[in-house]
Design a protein around this ligand. Structure first.
Ligand SMILES: [Zn+2]
Length: 145
């Protein structure tokens, strides 16, 4: 007897589940900021106090986050009025004095999720983010990250 669903139906269900998951991740990152650039700018001393800054200016090393971390993904989180913001996004906003345009992600050139060095951050779209994650997964496979 065949199972309740044909292989084709099962594939389609799997695809839809994956799509839903992608979309919920996507929307999470897309939510309109609840904390304004102005407020973040006013908190910049507290923010940079949670970042390990290099001893010399002009070096290209990563500036690692030493505050709290998200439960997964290795991303630093910065708490403002009970909202948890991704540290790299806050770094980008403060450093560029700009809001992150809707639909854009802050990505790392250095593949270090906890890095807040503005020189290592750039804006990308969802596809860039997925590609980065795939590449990172491959690069760090077996290194416990
Ligand atoms: Zn970096």
């Amino acid at each position: 007897m065949p199972s309740r669903y044909s292989p084709q139906e099962l594939r389609e269900q799997k695809r839809l589940r994956r799509q839903r998951q992608d979309r919920s991740d996507y929307e999470e990152e897309y939510k309109q900021p609840v904390v304004t650039l102005l407020e973040l700018t006013s908190l910049r001393h507290r923010f940079w106090g949670k970042v390990i800054l290099p001893p010399h200016v002009g070096t290209s090393e990563c500036w690692l986050w030493k505050g709290p971390f998200a439960s997964h993904g290795g991303y630093g989180v910065f708490a403002v009025r009970h909202h948890l913001l991704t540290a790299s996004r806050v770094s980008w906003m403060i450093s560029n004095a700009r809001d992150i345009p809707q639909g854009r992600w802050v990505l790392h050139t250095c593949d270090t999720p906890s890095c807040c060095n503005p020189d290592h951050l750039y804006l990308g779209d969802h596809a860039d983010n997925v590609r980065d994650m795939v590449e990172r997964g491959r690069a760090h496979n077996g290194q416990g990250q």
